[in-house]
Design a protein around this ligand. Sequence first.
Ligand code: UD1
Length: 362
Amino acid sequence: MNIHMVSVVGARPQFVKAAAISNVIRDGNYNIQESIIHTGQHYDANMSDIFFDGLGIPSPIVNLGVGSGAHGLQTGKMMELIEKNLQDMKPDCLLVYGDTNSTLAASLVAAKSHIPCAHVEAGVRTYDRKAPEEINRVVADHVSQILFCSSNLSVENLRKEGIVDNVYNCGDIMLDTFNKYISISKSKSSICEVLGLAKWDYYLATIHRPRNTDNKDNLFNILKALEIADKKVIFPMHPRTRAILADTLIGENIIIMEPVPYLDLLALESNADLIITDSGGIQKEAYWSHVPCIIVGLVPEWAELEQYGYSTLSKPITQDILKSIDRLQKNRHMLRYKDGIYGVGESAKVIIDTISKRFAHA
Ligand code: UD1
């Protein structure tokens, strides 16, 4: 009898991660049947559908259609509906990814329903409890039974909190998807031609984290830096940021776009001279693309990247960001990209092998 595994996803970066898992299950000869629950946290076509279509992820068995809302409302609705669905589905285990409200809701329901939960991207810590993601990842780690970490540092972070059993350093699952699609992106994405962008001619920016968007001073400081940066800035804009900016006039140096599909994002990343972001996923993709990256925030999520000098943390202050751009430009010739910090891109295989053995029916 097959192991029934339910993967719960809801937000854009989770689709990128889920794609790697679904690929391995589809291509391998595993005793696992996967059902996907989509919470509906992200619902715009360019935040959700284009990822399912573009990355060949099987259609969700159900979309809970939870949508946006305050944290309690959104997480509560998700919990209610995930619980109802799991009662009918009776899975052997749950798989959750990252640190979104969908991760929090699903892992809590699993714990209360006594369904073993595996958390992918476990052990990431910023120790900034004001960030919703930090709360989500701490709770998910502490209620999950299997912890799949992206790096040694994440394993160490869990150890400091007393979590040592069933912890695996399987490398970073986003690298699986990156490796599979980077060459396809080079041949198939025409976004740079369409936008008239030559390699290294521009900076790429993405900003969506509440601490950078909901505080308007921070957001305007960041925009000011992008407006006077020494290269034009391509800015695919998250709906949260767009809603906050509404009809604010943006300087000509910034080219604002709708969120783009994965292949186009990889093309924009790998041709950029430098990336300015607060996204956890994009800072890792910058490193895999060997493009220097400025992380706008107060604490690093992927501290390894800062430690090795591939990214620089910058406060949401105009002069700080401009100084970081200048510093990274001056030092870029000294950067030697060391492979392997996040494994070799076979994370999904380790995860599925582990689950396949752990839950094999007697
Ligand atoms: C969520 C995650 C964050 C992750 C990000 C990836 C949490 C707490 N945060 O942040 O960790 O980095 O996803 O993108 O779970 N909106 C739309 N259409 C959509 C989705 C969102 O218009 O399809 C707008 C709504 O105004 C919504 C806002 O974006 O209120 C924020 O969406 P939400 O899902 O609450 O959080 P994200 O900022 O996307």
